[in-house]
Design a protein around this ligand. Structure first.
Ligand SMILES: [Zn+2]
Ligand SMILES: [Zn+2]
Length: 199
């Protein structure tokens, strides 16, 4: 599981390598995370997104057509580019289109299938990533019940959420509260996605 605060693993748009650079040595994979602002698809799938340093730029996909982009595990699932959700592009590069034209991220043919969309905002992805890693203020956080905070390993074992496998509860009452009141319903799918991308 990568550390979400590491800019080498999660670079901003400006920190991406140029598409013209030839990578001779094997690199540790990096991921561009950006929140979808607008779907501008006319022919090729084209999105306007915003990265963690609040820079807006375009992402285009050579793989798809106006029907969308086929992604995810080869089961023919189409990418749903929802506004407000977070795009994950592995090993993204920056294309400089020359003077007067804005740089963009172009996902070359054959790499579109590695792109994922997490069903939550970019801020949330960073927050949930920290939660998965058990980070809190740079220290290992002891994980107790996600609703009441009761410690793990105390009296009675905690039950882990079967959806994401990340958060745990001391009992059904706390689980229901976590799901509804504390908003885990919205986070659970995104957490599951995060764990699938970075097992
Ligand atoms: Zn509890
Ligand atoms: Zn869950």
């Amino acid at each position: 599981m990568p550390i979400f605060t590491n800019p080498q693993t999660f670079p901003s748009f400006d920190e991406l390598p140029p598409s013209t650079s030839s990578l001779t040595t094997p690199q540790t994979p990096w991921f561009l995370l950006a929140q979808i602002k607008e779907n501008m698809t006319i022919t090729k799938p084209t999105l306007v997104v915003r990265d963690r340093s609040n820079i807006d730029f375009a992402v285009t996909f050579d793989d798809g057509d106006h029907h969308g982009l086929v992604i995810g595990g080869g089961n023919g699932e189409k990418a749903r580019f929802r506004k407000g959700h977070t795009l994950v592009v592995p090993c993204a590069t920056r294309t400089d289109r020359g003077e007067g034209k804005k740089a963009l991220v172009r996902v070359p043919e054959g790499q579109g299938r590695d792109v994922r969309v997490l069903p939550t905002s970019l801020d949330k992805v960073f927050g949930l990533g920290a939660l998965v890693n058990g980070e809190k203020d740079g220290e290992e956080k002891k994980r107790g019940c996600a609703a009441c905070g009761k410690d793990e390993g105390g009296e009675g074992k905690l039950m882990r959420c079967t959806g994401c496998g990340v958060v745990a509860y001391c009992g059904t009452e706390c689980q229901v509260r976590g799901w509804n009141e504390l908003g885990h319903k919205a986070d659970c799918k995104a957490l599951k996605g995060i764990r699938e991308i970075w097992p």
